[in-house]
Design a protein around this ligand. Structure first.
Ligand code: HEC
Length: 170
């Protein structure tokens, strides 16, 4: 055991180097609007994304599909939606698939068939009701890469829907 300290030192240095290298490949750090001191990685590709996008997603039940976002699109709600989308949701932040700019070209899109929704595509997004977005975020889209986010409160989901809608308005 006389090399134990040396071993620990080598392991420590390796972890340090590994995280440094990982940072390099994770893309540039971007500030969150609400909290300019807090950064998150972009992790994805720039570009327009697929538009219009073929949609074979299951339809939400009628009564859910008809729901309108009950929250006002205040800056507070948009900021909360932004933090959730980019960083705070479990198990995986939305941007990893849907992209930092909402273009559907996040870093995990490789091999996903169907591909993640391109939120910047007006043509496709116009045809999707608030209630439908809510339903898929809560329940996922079975048989696709879109996970269910059951632990989010309804308020959190509606906040994210305000944030997602903005991508097609730019
Ligand atoms: C692991 C990848 C992945 C993650 C993470 C992910 N999505 Fe998706 N998402 C997808 C895929 C793939 C689809 C396309 C599903 C389909 O075509 O039915 C999709 C579709 C959607 C749709 C479209 C629903 C419709 O009816 O067209 C919405 C809304 C959505 N995701 C929101 C989110 C939100 C919000 C988050 C984060 C809370 C998120 N997604 C996280 C992969 C992902």
């Amino acid at each position: 055991m006389k090399n134990f300290k040396g071993l620990v030192a080598v392991m420590g240095v390796s972890v340090f180097i590994f995280t440094g290298v990982a940072e390099l490949f994770a893309g540039p750090l971007l500030p969150l609007r609400k909290n300019p001191g807090v950064y998150h990685h972009s992790m994805g590709r720039a570009g327009q994304g697929i538009c219009p996008q073929e949609r074979l997603t299951a339809q939400a039940p009628e009564d859910i599909s008809r729901l309108k976002n009950p929250l006002p699109p205040t800056q507070k709600n948009l900021d909360a939606g932004e933090s959730l989308y980019h960083r705070d949701v479990q198990p995986t932040a939305c941007k990893i698939c849907h992209g930092d700019s909402g273009n559907g070209l996040g870093m995990m899109t490789e091999g996903l068939n169907p591909p993640p929704r391109n939120f910047t595509c007006k043509e496709t997004m116009q045809g999707i009701s608030d209630g439908q977005l809510f339903w898929i975020i809560k329940n996922g889209s079975p048989g696709t890469g879109m996970p269910a986010y059951r632990d989010l409160s309804e308020t959190q989901v509606w906040q994210m829907i305000h944030f997602i809608r903005q991508f097609a308005e730019r």
